[in-house]
Design a protein around this ligand. Structure first.
Ligand code: NAP
Length: 190
């Protein structure tokens, strides 16, 4: 907890480690984009009406038509908050009220309007958030990929898996998924 807020980390990764690490991105994109729409839907359902915290590069990686993420307070961490804020005001005049830019993780949490705060990446921001997080929401995607961005190393023994669910493409909740995935929730062991 930080500033009385519950901090949740949410990420997706390939089920196959690349160079021993959990891939989360490649060339500022998600390597399985479009293959697991059910994961995107779950992300939306979990984060809606809440604050989401992201790094500036993750903001850049969101397709233009999808940002800012609607019905959520979008908090972007950058070392140049004024500049990024100006750009966003120019490019998204109708939605810029949904976006806050800050220069530290702690300020992001302080300014978050919801009690539950979702940290949605990328790697640099997960690293800043991990010491304060109480839960990790992880989706494993059954696809071998190469990557250049990885989830930070973590002592998984300090985290207890409290939920897991497997999804096969073409089932009731996954009609448009192209690959298998499984979704877990981990709680920090006290
Ligand atoms: N699989 C997933 O679930 C998932 C989720 C999110 C993102 N991703 C992927 O992850 C990749 C992006 O991650 P990333 O680690 O490269 O970048 P990132 O964490 O999204 O953003 C990094 C940026 O955050 C700002 N920042 C970092 N530390 C800071 C600090 N201490 N104080 C102030 N600002 C700070 C800096 O912005 P400035 O340069 O503006 O100063 C830095 O360049 C992309 O490939 C994306 O697709 C994957």
């Amino acid at each position: 907890m930080l500033y009385e807020k519950f901090i949740k980390i949410i990420f997706a990764t390939s089920a196959y480690c690349f160079q021993g690490k959990l891939v989360i991105g490649d060339q500022n994109d998600i390597p399985w984009r479009g293959l697991v729409p059910s994961d995107m839907e779950r992300f939306k359902n979990l984060t809606i009406y809440k604050s989401v915290i992201m790094g500036r590069k993750t903001w850049d990686s969101i397709p233009e038509k999808s940002r800012p993420l609607v019905l959520r307070q979008n908090i972007i961490i950058t070392r140049n908050p004024k500049k990024i804020s100006r750009n966003i005001a120019q490019n998204y005049p109708n939605h810029s009220n949904l976006v806050v830019t800050v220069d530290s993780f702690k300020k992001a949490v302080l300014l978050a309007e919801s009690k539950i705060v979702w940290v949605m990446g990328g790697a640099e921001i997960y690293k800043l958030a991990l010491p304060y997080a109480d839960c990790i929401y992880q989706t494993m995607v059954d696809k071998k990929v190469k990557g250049d961005t990885f989830f930070p190393n973590l002592d998984w023994a300090s985290w207890e898996r409290i939920y897991i669910h497997f999804f096969n493409p073409g089932e009731e909740k996954t009609p448009r998924d192209k690959v298998r995935s499984w979704y877990s929730v981990f709680k920090r062991q006290v």
